[in-house]
Design a protein around this ligand. Structure first.
Ligand code: NDP
Ligand code: HSE
Length: 424
């Protein structure tokens, strides 16, 4: 029997307690032994829970779970890169207890130190639920694709953002309402700024890059931008251009280093990523011997995330001792950051509708060696500003940025331009 302690009984923790009960026989058969929750901890003992914890020992101070006699493994489902979650993780691994967590902020920030501690104490550290919710992408990289070298990872890694963008486009729901719905559904982080400003996806990308490229996870090297500035107008223009707007994470190994970025982008509707809607996530892997692989599934929410946590528990019960990042920590290298890749671009401007505006913009693009592909203007006004969208042929990121700075300074451009990549 595997006796476990769980810290955190919110969306994910309650899901894990429920799943272990609902599928107890199937899980015991696959794990080779029963998995029993023996102790739990959360902030408020009297709170109504979405799971039954009657008869299970309650502990007020999470790190104490790691010292309880008879506990074989600790599951951390509190959240946060430091504080109580880190204290619990360090105490558990330091006490020789296997640790399972869904906490991407913790793994992206402290993953190397925790994996080192796990190795020193000869215990597993697993975090499948930390990336792409219910999609077993870390297992795919660590196990199923272990013989491949990976050249690129690309994906929709945040369920909350994908849900918001889908609700805004399909149902014309405003940003704040869509975010509120995502929170109600249990998709969002405790502070949803982590979702909408891109940091949650950046943490996940850093973890994916670690497994894919054998580097230390380091989200400081992920160029990060969120979805706050995406407006209904962008979604409508994207539609006209045959695209969907998605928050994309991209990690690519180039000749001069590893590029890692998270940001909103236009994805042509011919790409399967464009069809990934709502709280679904998807990860595309470019591999040396199995070509392109795409995994898709629920990226957030109670049941899907619990599925990934319990899969880790089953692995643990079976005796799987794979290194956390696929190789021993000593073999991970530091990130050598590479330049941003070339791409086509979408530029939305709010301009005064005067003669010569287009010519000024074209001159700037020409001076930076850039070439315009399309221009869309859907309104005219002699007195008020109007939105105009340009698409630019494949361009160097720096040249595009310089051109945008110059365009933004034109007297006829009345708002900060919106620049998005078009990821073909
Ligand atoms: P919730 O906010 O729903 O739950 C957090 C839990 O932690 C609550 O039960 C809370 O207690 C407890 N808690 C908070 N502070 C303390 C403390 N100081 N001591 C003890 N317990 C504490 O979060 P989620 O379940 O959504 O997320 C948990 C983790 O899983 C996070 O790391 C998150 O990033 C990750 N994750 C979440 C996913 C999702 O879809 N929600 C998907 C993948 C990963 P109380 O209930 O009493 O307030
Ligand atoms: N807040 C996260 C998301 C939860 O929306 O994707 C899953 O990691």
């Amino acid at each position: 029997m595997l006796n476990i302690a769980i810290a955190g009984l919110g969306t994910v923790g309650a899901g894990v307690v429920r799943l272990l009960r609902q599928n107890a026989d199937l899980i015991a058969a696959r794990a080779g032994q029963q998995i029993m929750v023996r102790a739990v901890c959360a902030r408020d003992k009297n709170k109504q829970r979405d799971c039954d914890v009657s008869g299970i020992k309650w502990v007020d101070d999470a790190p104490q779970l790691a010292g309880l006699p008879g506990i074989d493994a600790v599951v951390e489902l509190i959240g946060g890169a430091d504080g109580i979650a880190r204290d619990l993780a360090v105490t558990a691994l330091g006490n020789g207890k296997p640790l399972i967590t869904a906490n991407k902020a913790l793994i992206a920030a402290q993953g190397v130190a925790l994996a080192k501690l796990a190795e020193q104490n000869n215990v597993p550290l697993f975090f499948e639920a930390a990336v792409a919710g219910g999609i077993p992408v870390l297992k795919a990289l660590r196990e199923g694709l272990a013989a491949n070298s990976i050249s690129a990872v690309r994906g929709i890694l945040n369920g909350t953002c994908n849900f918001i963008l889908t609700r805004m486009r399909e149902d014309r729901v405003d940003f704040a309402t869509a975010l509120h719905e995502a929170q109600q559904n249990g998709y969002a982080e405790a502070d949803p700024a982590a979702d909408i400003d891109g940091f949650d996806a950046a943490n996940k990308l850093a973890i994916l890059a670690a497994l894919a490229f054998g580097v230390e996870p380091d989200f400081a090297f992920v160029r990060t931008e969120g979805i706050r500035r995406i407006t209904p107008l962008d979604l409508a223009f994207a539609d006209e251009l045959g695209c969907r707007v998605k928050l994309l994470g991209i990690a690519r190994m180039g000749d001069t280093g590893l590029e890692q970025s998270v940001g909103p982008a236009l994805v042509p509707m011919t790409s399967p990523l464009s069809q990934v809607e709502g709280a679904l996530n998807a990860v595309q892997l470019q591999t040396s011997h199995t070509g392109h692989i795409m995994l898709q599934g629920p990226g957030a929410g109670s049941d899907a995330t619990a599925s990934a946590v319990v899969a880790d528990l089953i692995d643990l019960a079976r005796g799987n001792r794979a290194p956390a990042f696929g190789v021993p920590v000593a073999q991970l290298t530091k990130v050598n950051p590479g330049p941003a890749h070339k791409s086509r671009y979408y530029v939305r401007l709010q301009v005064m509708d005067k003669p010569g505006v287009g010519a000024d913009i074209m001159t700037i693009l020409r001076d930076e060696g850039l070439s315009m592909e399309t221009i869309l203007q859907r309104a005219q006004s002699a007195t008020e500003s109007v939105p105009v969208v340009l698409t630019v042929y494949e361009a160097d990121a720096e040249a595009m940025r310089r051109a945008l700075d110059k365009i933004a300074r034109l007297a006829t451009v009345v708002e900060k331009p919106c620049l998005l990549r078009i990821e073909d």
